[in-house]
Design a protein around this ligand. Structure first.
Ligand SMILES: Cc1ncc(COP(=O)(O)O)c(C=O)c1O
Length: 381
């Protein structure tokens, strides 16, 4: 039995075209971008061409792109690197951030920063009135994601940027989930720093970037050979960077087509879910077209995920990065969802490979599993 993959927000398969673009850099004679010889120059040219392509995809200049080992490093770099060069004041972080933003932010409390959380409404969208109230002239940095990995809710980043700018603070956005699923333009968002990651868009794992506004003064996390203009030392992952650029170009080129197809599949899925009396989280919010986060009351999310895996469907119970924990999703708790209902949460995140027939099959399997699990619950009660 082939398991249908419905967990594309966790990671999505490397695209064949991306692999083709990477292969020469994995198999040919090695070169280090810092070397002066022909091999070194070839690597340097490939890295710079990739930087230019990625910059064009998000509407910035090549010099604004700093390569990292992925979204986690880019988010840590933004939070720690920007605050290092500011006098400790206040940092605001939304309540629904990925731990690779919220944890580095919390760690700043040791360095005399006041760490405050921005509230979200019941649909999982940042409450701008709360943000306006918390922002003041002592705010150094605000970090808020562009789209949430669990609910898919798209955040009002351009509006937040205007509020942030008015107080003289800097804004970082984690666009790891949004990039490749929405049009993302750094200038139009009005942010000062933005994180993107390769493996969420069909590129290889282990590469990402922090896009920086030219005015941002940021301290490196990694010190060493001075690569990336001294901002991120370490020998460049040339195959990864070339693959990332190829994946970016493909994602931007196919965005509209994918978005339409996925919206259709997601709506089909949610109509079926409503017939099963599921609660769909953040359904009234503007969302990513591929993401549906729901709960069947009184059935544990973990239990349902295991049952669906056996039935041939790979889905997630909340964010993958915390799936080894039984704590209810912090995103749902921030939305005011009761912990018991939050523990029932299951996420379906669609990708390019998924079809309406697969969604139909999933709904059938879900109906059967819900019936079986409710029967077991009734016997146990
Ligand atoms: C919103 C968000 N930010 C950051 C990350 C981390 O990115 P990476 O896996 O490239 O380190 C993830 C991964 O799940 C994510 O969903």
């Amino acid at each position: 039995m082939n398991t249908v993959y419905f967990d594309h927000n966790s990671t999505t398969a490397l695209k064949p075209e991306v692999l083709q673009a990477m292969l020469p850099w994995l198999s040919q004679t090695a070169g280090n971008a810092t070397s002066r010889h022909i091999y070194g120059r070839n690597v340097r040219d490939a890295v710079e061409a990739a930087r230019k392509e990625i910059a064009e995809c998000v509407g910035v200049q090549a010099s604004q792109v700093v390569f990292t080992s992925g979204g986690t490093e880019a988010n840590n770099f933004a939070v720690k690197g920007i605050t290092t060069n500011l006098t400790p004041t206040q940092i605001l972080v939304s309540a629904i951030e990925h731990p690779c933003v919220s944890r580095p932010a919390q760690s700043l409390a040791w360095h005399e920063w006041k760490v405050q959380t921005l509230k979200v409404n019941t649909q999982g969208v940042i409450d701008l009135a709360d943000a306006e109230q918390k922002l003041n002239t002592h705010t150094g940095l605000v970090s808020a994601m562009l789209a949430n990995n669990e609910t898919g809710a798209i955040q009002p980043i351009a509006e937040l940027a205007a509020l942030t700018k008015a107080k003289g603070a800097l804004l970082h956005t984690d666009a790891v989930q949004a990039f490749g699923k929405l049009e993302v333009d750094f200038g139009a968002l009005g942010v000062n720093a933005m994180t993107i990651s390769s493996h969420k868009i069909g590129g290889p794992v282990g590469v990402g970037a922090l896009i920086l506004d030219k005015r941002v003064d940021i301290a490196p996390l990694l010190h060493g050979g001075g690569q990336e203009r001294g901002l991120r030392s370490g020998t460049e992952n040339v195959a990864g960077i070339v693959g990332f650029a190829k994946a970016c170009k493909l994602a931007v080129a196919t965005l509209k087509m994918r978005s339409m197809a996925q919206t259709k599949c997601r709506d089909q899925l949610e109509t079926g879910l409503q017939n099963l009396n599921a609660v769909i989280f953040g359904q009234q919010a503007e969302r990513l077209p591929n993401t549906s986060f729901f709960a069947i009351p009184n059935i544990e999310g973990e239990t349902l995920v295991t049952a669906l895996d056996k039935a041939g469907y790979a889905v997630a119970s909340g964010s993958a990065c915390s799936s080894d924990s039984t704590e209810p999703s912090h995103v749902l708790l921030a939305m005011g969802i009761e912990p018991d209902l939050a523990r029932s949460a299951v996420r379906v995140s669609l990708g390019e490979s998924n079809s309406e027939a697969e969604v139909q099959g999933f709904l059938k399997a879900l109906q059967q599993e819900v019936k079986r699990l409710k029967g077991l619950n009734a016997v146990a009660a």
